[in-house]
Design a protein. Structure first.
Length: 263
């Protein structure tokens, strides 16, 4: 039973004096991050296609046990316009992580507008084929996906399910605890209901600090997930003003040091 706790992304300037010293060059952020956590979710690959050179650099800058979860590009999850060449390029970029044993998961985060119709299912099945036997995980934003039929379908595809914590708004996915592959996966987005849809800056959506009581609920949930998965990955996405760092540290403490502490 392995539990890894980290954050969604690491290159945030407002984490200075929370995780990063004020005078630390941004080029050294990852090294400092890896002193405290043993995995990270890489989000830039949703906006820009990764290269093998860049991902190889991440490997060189982190110690051997450190692992990465990589988010799929938006053309593969939202627009669904990626062609064969794009998928080949993405797979080639992942090679340093795969060869080095550092790839923990590939995350496909899908939009709230994606419903479980025939076209969506066909696309998701095709994604599984494209990424072969690599550890693939799907995050849904529309609660129409939360049915036993979908859970069984994911298990048959050997695709992990991303459990989420987010505002309890009518069409959003609730905190369902499914393990459908060897990888258990959790993303905690915060519960900023007021700013989820109405905000000037998208970062405001993640301006939320979990209370100790709320994290206590997830301590028990993570333990239950970990009993069913080979590896359980927990990432805090409430990055605004360093909330993710504070909460990752606290949850790790609640779990008795489980979760990848390197201190």
């Amino acid at each position: 039973m392995v539990i890894r706790i980290g954050t969604s992304g690491f290159q945030y300037e407002d984490w200075r004096e929370i995780l990063y010293p004020r005078d630390l060059p941004k080029t050294r952020f990852l090294e400092r991050y890896a002193e405290e956590f043993d995995s990270v979710e890489i989000n830039y690959t949703y906006y820009s296609m990764p290269s093998a050179r860049t991902l190889a650099s991440l490997v060189r800058r982190t110690p051997g046990p450190f692992g990465f979860a990589i988010k799929l590009h938006s053309t593969m999850t939202h627009e669904r316009t990626a062609d064969d060449a794009a998928y080949r390029a993405f797979l080639e970029a992942l090679r340093p992580l795969v060869d080095g044993g550092r790839l923990l998961a590939i995350l496909g985060q899908f939009p709230q507008s994606l419903w479980p119709d025939a076209a969506a299912r066909e696309h998701l099945e095709r994604l599984r084929e494209r990424f072969r036997d690599l550890p693939l995980v799907y995050e849904f934003r529309n609660k129409r996906w939360i049915r036993d039929e979908v859970r069984r379908w994911l298990r048959a595809l050997r695709v992990g399910y991303c459990c989420v914590d987010q505002p309890q708004l009518p069409s959003l996915v609730p905190a369902v605890l499914w393990v459908t592959s060897p990888v258990g996966y959790v993303r905690l987005h915060g519960r900023n209901t007021e700013k989820w849809y109405e905000h000037e800056d998208a970062a405001e959506r993640y301006d939320y600090r979990y209370s100790t009581q709320e994290l206590g609920e997830w301590k028990d949930r993570v333990r239950r997930l970990a009993q069913k998965a080979e590896t359980t990955l927990v990432y805090f996405n409430n990055h605004f003003r360093g909330n993710a760092v504070h909460n990752a540290r606290e949850l790790r403490g609640l779990l008795g040091g489980q979760g990848g502490s390197r201190q």
